[in-house]
Design a protein around this ligand. Structure first.
Ligand code: LLP
Length: 423
């Protein structure tokens, strides 16, 4: 049986493995719910971007919002990767990992004064600015601290990424970026403000994109602007940052391979005479998504007249994508049984009807068995909550037959440690 997603997650006989680690063994050893990631799979995903960029001035910034565990960041930092951050908290994670601030881009639609100050002091490579207000505040902060902030404007190219509305970000109606038709004026303003150095242009049109054409459309819109900015003598644009967003295979999607996408973009950049500029990317999901699984134990099976429920110990608080976006994620047993499957809704213990991980799934499972939710490496653990006072899961990194606990399971007492009783 071949599974969608990473080749590093596969059955050997009737047992599901990540690399050379049997998932039933990991579940036994570390308990469930448990996130397991393959380091090899992450590095292979990064290598696809890197090989397409050989010989090019470029910067690959892992969008760490997808999975910000320190060991994941360490893996990418060691492989030469920079980071795309969206908060002061993410910056502290990069610094705690020993990541290089000179390879950090600071994105985000609402940066606070304190975050800007800290990022300036740390020496981030570039601020991806999303409004005129932010530009002015950054200029003030930089001037007051006698520093220069390198800036790029996040342009909203008004391109439909063809993805779920909650993860589509490059359309006129979105809160993100500076409207394309206002961008030239804002660049003019940026170039005049003290404490700022205009260095680039960026966009990010959405996530889980499975087609190359919206990227090419967005790139064309950016290059039009670059030409106008330079023709007017406003600034020199050193880099073009095309954001992240490349999709992965959860079921039957067939997104372009990262190297194919990158080469298509480079070809367009060259064809339009912009080959001398640096090209930056901010991939998140496509670097970590398929590398991870969420393991869970079957607590109970309920066979009803209308529906069967497979109640597992992982819930929407552990993995919210199905509940939040009606996202389809593969669910398979850790040990295959030679029995006829039944159709189940796979649900968690949280007191919400929206608490489901998969609907109408054919599974041959018994109580006490373990299941794996596939391609859960991105936007899984990072979006977990403590709803229903449920401690968050543990995380394990695997490489070959080695497994490291990279985040301890939370304990209930951690959850109310900062709360106080009153008189
Ligand atoms: N750059 C910026 C400015 C972003 O906002 C994002 C993601 C990325 C890069 C990385 O995009 P990626 O390569 O991962 O698609 N929670 C949602 C996805 C939200 C994406 C938010 N922005 C989900 O689970 O589908």
């Amino acid at each position: 049986m071949t599974l969608p997603g990473s080749p590093h997650v596969a059955y050997r006989g009737s047992e599901l493995f990540v690399d050379d680690c049997r998932l039933s063994d990991l579940a036994q050893r570390f308990g469930t719910p448990l996130y397991v990631y393959s380091r090899r799979s992450m590095l292979a995903a990064l290598a696809a971007y890197q090989r397409a960029l050989v010989g090019r001035k470029h910067l690959l910034c892992y969008a760490m919002k997808a999975n910000s565990n320190l060991a994941v960041l360490q893996t990418f930092a060691r492989a030469g990767c920079g980071f795309d951050i969206v908060s002061g908290g993410e910056l502290e994670r990069v610094l705690a990992t020993g990541g290089d601030p000179a390879k950090v881009v600071f994105s985000g639609v609402g940066k606070t004064r304190a975050e800007m100050q800290r990022a300036l002091q740390a020496g981030v490579r570039c601020f991806n600015v999303e409004s005129e207000t932010e530009l002015e505040l950054l200029s003030k902060i930089a001037t007051a601290s006698q520093r220069t902030a390198r800036v790029s404007l996040r342009v909203n190219p008004d391109v439909d990424a063809g993805t779920h509305p909650y993860i589509s970000t490059g359309l006129k109606g979105n809160k993100f970026g500076i409207a394309h038709d206002q961008a030239l004026a804002v660049y003019r303003r940026a170039a005049r403000l003290p404490g700022l150095e205009v260095v680039g242009i960026d966009c990010h049109i959405g996530s889980q994109i499975t087609d190359t054409s919206p990227y090419l459309d967005a790139l064309d819109r950016l290059l039009d602007l670059v030409e106008a900015i330079e023709a007017d003598g406003i600034a020199t644009i050193h880099h073009v940052d095309v954001g992240g967003g490349l999709g992965i295979t959860y079921t039957d999607e067939s997104p372009p391979a990262a190297d194919v996408l990158v080469m298509a973009l480079l070809a367009r950049i060259d064809a339009r005479g912009h080959g001398h500029r640096e090209v930056w990317f901010e991939p998140g999901r496509s670097l970590v998504g398929t590398a991870g699984v969420l393991l869970s134990e079957v607590l109970a099976l309920k066979h009803g007249e209308q529906k069967n429920f497979c109640i597992v110990d992982a819930a929407m608080n552990d993995l919210v994508r199905p509940a939040m976006y009606e996202a389809w994620m593969g669910i398979v047993p850790c040990t295959l049984r030679d029995e006829a499957p039944r159709t189940y809704d796979v649900v968690g213990p949280v007191c919400e009807s929206g608490d489901w991980l998969g609907r109408e799934r054919a599974l041959a499972v018994r109580e006490g068995d373990r299941i794996a939710v596939l391609s859960a490496g991105a936007y899984g653990m990072v979006m977990a909550s403590n709803y229903n006072t449920r401690p968050r899961a543990a995380e394990v990194m695997v490489d070959g037959d080695q497994a490291w606990l990279i985040r301890e399971r939370e304990e209930v007492r951690d959850l109310f440690a900062r709360e106080r009783l009153i008189e």
